[in-house]
Design a protein. Structure first.
Ligand code: AMP
Ligand code: ZN
Length: 670
């Protein structure tokens, strides 16, 4: 890589890692495995070390990650909660050991323990009582989740025995055991709620629940692994934990004090295998210098203690045979290839299927039927195939060639430019697409039709009762109640659920139609810009592209949707059935005509309203919001940090600059 390539790569990694960080810590929904995340972070750190001139104080490499949630009070940690330096390499464990030895220049013990894969917690005890439980947050301050933590039975609220310090802190990991996690996901699946990707996300998601009763019902567990404070009973970390156990804390018994590197590696090797039998998820081993005095001597870097390191296990991987590849057709017609495998045990569950994502991935793996393949569980629930053991490929085996025609309806698949997936475009006659669209239409965030679910949709489709979403409104209770599985009562429920959906506002109807790329947020924007379905149907590509945040891809898709006669027909039937095809007028009604004929440019950062709100205010008072300054601009609504080039242009053209307070006065005065 050249200098400029490296700088580009740094920027790219920062951007991606920020996003992954957000997915992981804020949304609790990682899209890549921890290992991939760590690898990217490592690459970034290496590149940043080579380019100190490209330092950025907000780089993802300088922070510990944040799980701050606005609804909890934030508390500053008495002692910062740092991260642990971590590695996948035994050579780096050796380096750690040698560094400690050299710095201390005296005998030392290392405490080897499991790295539990949950969410960390800081517990403060005063006079033997739990007074506060705080999440790690950004390391400096975290969320006060005391009420929730109090529901976790293995965390003592009042300590036993005596001899504990007047005030001290315990740190540990809150976990959701495997069996609880699997049960929870089974229930969520039944209720059609999104599944948790792994026990870690389930634990941290639960801990952030606004309702501590929910927390209580989720059966979380906790292991405490570190004691902090001024007057602790012992100088040894391990010894303090033994003491803590007597006071009622749950301490892991998988901990061992050792002196040599060999003993460390023996511990690692043993537990890399044995951990598969533990009831909770683990992702590595933590090594800690045992003496607290020695820990203080070694100190901290900005991010982590110098006296500890985490050795992470390779993601668990299994080798099994590829039996065949099948193809699923989604609601949008996207084709997902699925590997059907000889059942194999992996991280506590039996794996039979793995996602192959798309044709490119199949080609790059050079998959053949009968191949022995490596399966891994990353951050996702569905395992993936990461490699092929070429040495054991059966002679004359058949290469996996991506299908050319839809497995459900037989029509020819297409692949759009810039997209990895293949699509079946036979929207109106391909069964999984029809059923998928109906399922989307009735779902909670769309028309929210109670009483109906994927199974009933499937049944009605099989029975010939529905072929499209408009058919729902022609259903009669009698049609339904004669079906074997449904009684009169549920038939009535379904009919009244469908009837109630007539009240769903226009923007959600728009989302429910399932126009490709028109998700919830886009639907809202579209509904605002085109307050009736007729206005939208009449819009040109140009009209659409001029709406904020609607790009060519979305615009094109909307045009295509309305170009299809079948879709227009369905809309007409839905309109006749009484669905809302127009926005509630109060949402767009004019407030005044104070800005009539004015064209206004918005620039800078505001404090009293968001940019979007100002835009709306301008329009509702009869003005027009335009993007760039010209002679025709009436004035500029300027916040802080208005761009210098805009400022210059405004001055050159002598255009008035108005701040937000003056603007608000202007539209509010009688
Ligand atoms: P990382 O999040 O990869 O930086 O690893 C640090 C985290 O490992 C800590 O914040 C703890 O939540 C977690 N952890 C799990 N088990 C242990 C343990 N035995 N000792 C210290 N930290 C642990
Ligand atoms: Zn098809």
């Amino acid at each position: 890589m050249t200098e400029t390539d490296e700088i580009k790569r740094i920027d790219q990694l920062r951007e991606e890692l920020h996003l992954h960080n957000y997915n992981y810590y804020v949304l609790n929904a990682p899209v890549i495995s921890d290992q991939e995340f760590d690898r990217m972070m490592r690459e970034l750190q290496d590149l940043e070390a080579r380019h100190p001139e490209h330092f950025d104080e907000n780089s993802p490499s300088v922070r510990v990650g944040s799980d701050l949630n606005k609804n909890f009070t934030q508390v500053v940690h008495r002692y910062p909660m740092l991260s642990l330096g971590n590695t996948y390499s035994q050579a780096e464990v050796t380096e750690f050991y040698d560094r400690v030895k050299k710095s201390l220049n005296e005998d030392f013990e290392i405490c080897c323990e499991m790295k539990f894969d949950g969410t960390s917690i800081s517990l403060t005890y005063e006079d033997g009582k739990l007074v506060r439980a705080v999440t790690r947050g950004d390391g400096v301050k975290g969320d006060d989740v005391t009420d929730n933590v109090k529901t976790i039975r293995s965390i003592p609220l009042v300590l036993h025995g005596s001899g504990y310090p007047k005030s001290f802190e315990m740190r540990g990991e809150i976990l959701m055991p495997w069996d609880v996690f699997e049960e929870l996901n089974r229930e969520r699946e039944l209720r059609e709620e999104p599944l948790f990707a792994n026990p870690r996300n389930a634990a941290s998601g639960t801990l952030k629940s606004q309702n501590s009763a929910v927390v209580a019902s989720r059966k979380l567990d906790a292991y405490l692994y570190y004691m902090l404070g001024e007057d602790l009973p012992h100088d040894g970390h391990y010894e303090n934990l033994q003491e803590a156990e007597k006071w009622g804390f749950k301490i892991s018994h998988i901990a061992r004090k050792v002196r040599t590197l060999q003993e460390i590696f023996d511990f690692i090797d043993y537990w890399d295998v044995e951990r598969k039998n533990l009831p909770v998820a683990t992702d590595g081993i933590v090594l800690k210098v045992n003496s607290l005095r020695q820990q203080r001597n070694l100190g901290y870097t900005a991010k982590s203690p110098r006296w500890a390191i985490a050795y992470k296990f390779q993601a668990e991987r299994a080798l099994t045979r590829l039996l065949k590849v099948t193809y699923q057709v989604g609601r949008t017609g996207a084709i997902t290839p699925v590997a059907n495998l000889e059942p194999v045990q992996l991280s506590g569950t039996v794996v039979r299927r793995a996602s192959l994502h798309n044709a490119d991935i199949i080609a790059s793996l050079d998959l053949h039927i009968g191949d022995m393949v490596y399966v891994e569980k990353g951050g996702e629930i569905i395992p993936k195939i990461t490699g092929v053991d070429l040495a054991s490929r059966p002679a004359g085996s058949e290469k996996v060639i991506f299908i050319t025609h839809c497995p459900e309806c037989g029509s020819k698949l297409v692949r759009y430019e810039d997209e990895a997936a293949h699509y079946c475009t036979n929207e109106t006659a391909c069964p999984p697409q029809i059923k998928g669209r109906i399922e989307h239409f009735i779902s909670r965030r769309a028309m929210n039709i109670e009483g109906l679910g994927p199974e009933t949709v499937d049944l009605f489709y099989q029975e010939g009762l529905i072929h499209d979403v408009a058919d729902l409104y022609d259903l009669k209770a009698a049609d339904i109640s004669r079906l074997e599985r449904l009684g009169e009562k549920s038939a009535e429920n379904i009919i009244s659920g469908i009837a109630r959906s007539r009240e769903v506002p226009y923007e959600r109807v728009l989302f429910a139609l399932g126009i490709r790329f028109v998700g919830e947020t886009v639907a809202k924007k579209v509904a605002k810009a085109f307050p009736s379905i007729d206005a939208l149907a009449a819009a040109t590509l140009d009209d659409l592209i001029h709406v904020d945040e609607i790009g060519g891809r979305i615009a094109q898709s909307i045009i295509q949707y309305f170009a299809n006669g079948k879709n227009r027909e369905i809309i007409e039937r839905l309109r006749k059935a009484g669905l809302k095809m127009e926005a509630d007028p109060s949402l767009t009604a004019a407030y005044s005509d104070k800005l009539q004929g004015k064209s206004v440019v918005i620039s800078g950062v505001f404090t009293r309203h968001s940019r979007d709100e100002y835009k709306e205010l301008i329009e509702r008072h009869g003005g027009k919001n335009v993007g760039s300054i010209s002679r025709k601009t009436s004035f500029i609504l300027a916040g802080d940090n208005m761009g210098p080039s805009k400022l210059e242009k405004a001055r050159a053209l002598n255009i008035p600059i108005i701040d937000e307070t003056r603007f608000l006065d202007m539209i509010n005065e009688e």
